[in-house]
Every structure is written in structure tokens, then in C-alpha cells.
Design a protein around this ligand. Sequence first.
Ligand code: UTP
Length: 271
Amino acid sequence: MAVRTVVIPAAGMGTRFLPATRVTPKELLPIYDTPAIQFVIDEATAAGIERVIIVTSRSKPSIEAYASSASTANVAVSVVYQDSPLGLGHAISCARNAVGQEPFAVMLPDEIMGDSSLMKSLIALYDRTGTSSIGLKKVPMSEVSSYGNVEIAGRTDVSPSESAVAINRVIEKPKPSEAVSDLVIIGRYVLTPNVFDHLATIKPSLNGEFQLTDALALLANENQLVGIVSDITRYDTGTPMGLLRAVIEIALGRNDIGPQLNSWLKEKFNK
Ligand code: UTP
């Protein structure tokens, strides 16, 4: 079945952006002049997605307001609610009825990609295998403990910048001594609808949140998880410094404002 739907979880508290997130949700903070979530909607549309379901919170009404004007001829945007911020896994399960019995993408709006290539490759890998497919990136071993970490079973190059892998183990934020590889999960996924059954069985982690990674670990145990290792440009906009870097780099790459920003930066640093 074709992947036509994406779930974008946007019901988190955004505590790392306080005080800004007292009034403006993290997902609407601008990358120069465009809310972060719009980059993700555009990436999804470029990958052929037709239906965007944003999981939001009743305490973030501006997300619903933004969604109400975000549909286009190519994509229909709607919202569902997560009543309390019980974690990413719980947020995804709130979209169960809206998604229905079909494969769907998940895209985290606090990770912005340089283009839609990874999303397209994940959809193509799902089309070939019928198996849940997740985005992966190689990082220095010192950074593995900040992410979900995977052990892989086989690897096939699919392009100069991507390889497809089978995943046989997933560990959430391992201690350095327990890391199983230098490959980590990044915020792009294509999931089969049985992940909702797994999400319904997992227990909360020590911080009380239901982790999507725990459901992915169950899929890996059943040999039902594959991935694309990609060297795509990725901005982690979940922290203020990450957002600032994304704003500067993305603005520098734009034809309308890039040259002006570039000459201002040169002037500033040559003083
Ligand atoms: P994060 O953990 O990065 O977002 O979740 P957060 O919880 O808002 O951030 P901090 O730690 O308080 O600063 C990744 C994505 O999942 C969503 C967030 O909105 C974000 O887009 N999320 C997270 C939910 O929708 N619900 C949750 O319960 C948790």
C-alpha cells in the first residue's frame, strides 16, 4: 500500500526554548521567515505525501491556527490532540484513528533536512520490502549516547550517499560502554500500522515518557525493521544553538538574502 500520510508530532513542551515557548510553540519558531514545521511539511510534500496529521496540544492553539491555513492543492493538513505530553511514542499513538490501517511516515519537526532525499528513499525502501524503514546517520562514537542506537545485520549501497540496512537491535540512549555501533536513529521514519499495537504494549521509561524507540526495538526483535544510512544535511533545531545554526546556514543558502548576510558576516568578522 502506498505511503501517503505523515504524522508530525508537535505536542511537546519545548522546555529547552523557554521563555520563548511560553507563547510560541517550538515548531513555529522561524527559520528566518518560515516556521520550522513548514520546512517539514514541504519536505513531506516533495516526497509525495498527500496527507499531514499534526499531533498537537490544546495548550498550543497557534499550531492548530497554522495548520488551518497550511493545506495546498497537493497536501491536506489536519490536527489531532495529545492530552498530556507523555512522550513521542504516546504522541504517535494519538494519531492511530486518523492514520487508519495504512503505512505512514513520521517526521520530527525539530530536525530539518537539507532536502527530501532521505524521505523519498525511506518510502522506496518500504515499497520494496513492506517493512518499517527508519532514517539512520553515522556519528562519532562520543555522540551515540544521545540517540537511539542500532545494530545492523546486512548493508547494501543504494546510492553514493545512502545504504540500506537490516536492523536486528535498537537501544535507546546507550551508555558509551553499551553502544552497539556508530549508527543512530534520526527523525524520519516509515512505519507499518502494526507499530500502533507495539506502542500500546510498551511501558513508560524512567522519565515517565512512552518512547517510540521502545516500539522500534520490538519491531527489530521480530526482524521487521530496516533502515537507510544517509549522509544528508541535517539541522537539529531542538536546541537554541541548533536553531541559530540552521537559521544562519539556511539563510546563507538562499538567493534572496544569502549574499547580503554573507557580506554582513564578512564585514563583522574582518573588523
Ligand atoms: P522533543 O523531546 O525534542 O520535544 O520531542 P519537547 O519535549 O517539546 O522538547 P523539550 O525537551 O521540552 O525541549 C520531539 C518531537 O516530539 C514532540 C515534540 O513536540 C517534538 O516535535 N512531542 C514530544 C510530542 O508531540 N509529545 C510529547 O509528549 C513529546
